[in-house]
Design a protein around this ligand. Structure first.
Ligand code: GDD
Ligand code: MN
Length: 381
């Protein structure tokens, strides 16, 4: 693909300085069909950034229109390097695009901003300056501190959604998001040294959240900003993006094995419902309660499998095919059942435990074994 600086994805450093320039900024702009905005964006960056801070701009583009061509033409009037990385096979949506930009950046500081002018370019030097002065690794442009506002967030509906999402996210990550009033912001500066691109798993719009939770920059500060109206075109966000956001939250929240085990247990606990229902139906049609018990257990297993596939291990399903996973999962679940009685006997006879505590210990043991088995044998990381 053509770009003003002859670089392509996978080889983004061609033509730009290999050595990071201190006190300079790489502005990363994800674009999806923003032809109407890009020339004005570059004009405003030219107006307010290079005189105060050496800069380069990296567009990461997933457009289906002529945005890349428009960028290349507009870049001819820019006194700084402009690169377009056009992704032929976009993954991760907006967040995936930003991570490509983070990888391609060469300056000490990286500013991420939208291409539709909702984020004022005049704030770029201030974001970096604030980080330099405070020693912070991450500077968030926030709509929710004094001096900031969400003027450009059109309509009560979008404001309510934004509020709800911010509240939910802050509640799920109280520690990681301490000091960040606006984790949903798409406008921020981050030190290149604070970016751990390899461990990021971007999924959709909330790339700042991804960075704050997984890269864990040591210190964070905020600068207020007024979220502007879109200059041209329409938002690319949709209901589908909303579901993606929930999946992103679930993935971040279950990143640690302990958190995964808790969710695994909660899902397992809901299995008693289909289990009892199955038992009721099977005995109602005249089956002896013992085979009914065994069969009904499979109802619970199937239910748990479905929930675990879709809620817990959604991102880890690629290694085996579904029937393979289901077979292994069912085997583990039934092994749990078969193992329980001899285990209880062992605890009672050889360790002198009471029947009740032996049962409790056996339940915990088989649960942990089943979880570990599911992690290692069904869903490879
Ligand atoms: N490369 C790429 N790929 N860029 C994308 C994609 C994609 O799949 N989807 C959107 N973009 C680009 C747009 O072209 C735009 O430059 C920028 O990402 C933001 O997209 P918008 O569609 O304008 O987002 P928004 O205004 O609804 O949401 C913005 O504000 C929110 C706060 O209310 C974003 O910054 C959100 O991250 C932020 O939470
Ligand atoms: Mn926008």
């Amino acid at each position: 693909f053509e770009s003003t600086v002859p670089g392509e994805l996978g080889d983004p450093a061609v033509g730009t300085a290999e050595v990071p320039e201190p006190g300079a900024v790489t502005i990363v702009v994800p674009t999806f069909n923003e032809a109407g905005n890009v020339p004005e964006l570059l004009r405003r960056i030219t107006e307010s950034v290079p005189a105060r801070l050496p800069c380069e701009v990296v567009f990461v583009d997933d457009s289906t229109d002529d945005t890349p061509g428009v960028i290349v033409r507009a870049a001819q009037d820019c006194p700084f390097p402009v690169t377009v990385l056009h992704r032929e096979r976009p993954t991760g949506g907006l967040g995936g695009a930003v991570v490509e930009g983070l990888r391609a950046a060469t300056s000490d500081w990286i500013v991420v901003m939208d291409g539709d002018l909702q984020h004022p370019p005049s704030l770029v030097p201030e974001l970096v300056g604030s980080g330099e002065r405070s020693g912070a690794g991450l500077v968030v442009a926030s709509r929710y501190i004094k001096g900031g506002s969400r003027a450009g967030l059109a309509g009560g509906y979008r404001i309510a959604v934004s509020r709800g999402a911010t509240w939910l996210t802050k509640t799920l990550f109280p520690r990681r998001l301490r000091g960040i009033s606006d984790p949903m912001s798409g406008f921020f500066a981050i030190r290149r040294s604070a970016v751990t691109a390899d461990i990021l798993q971007p999924l959709g719009y909330k790339i700042l959240l991804e960075l704050a939770v997984r890269s864990r920059p040591r210190q964070v500060t905020e600068v207020p900003f007024v979220f502007q109206d879109r200059f041209a075109g329409e938002s690319k966000s949709s209901a589908r993006e909303g579901f993606r956001f929930l999946r992103h939250l679930a993935g971040l929240r279950t990143a640690s094995p302990v958190a995964r085990m808790v969710v695994f247990g909660l899902i397992g606990a809901t299995g008693f419902l289909p289990n009892l229902l199955g038992l009721y139906m099977l005995t109602a049609v005249g089956l002896h309660y013992l085979p009914a018990e065994i069969l009904a257990n499979q109802f619970g297993v199937a239910w748990n499998f479905l929930l675990i596939e879709h809620l817990l291990f959604r991102e880890r399903r690629r290694h085996r095919n579904r029937w393979d996973r289901m077979g292994r999962f069912a085997l583990l679940a039934n092994a749990d059942l078969v193992l329980r009685i001899p285990l209880i006997a062992l605890f009672v006879r050889h360790f002198g435990m009471g029947a009740l505590s032996a049962t409790a210990l056996a339940l915990v043991t088989t649960f942990v074994l089943r979880f570990a088995g599911t992690e290692a044998l069904v869903y490879l990381p």
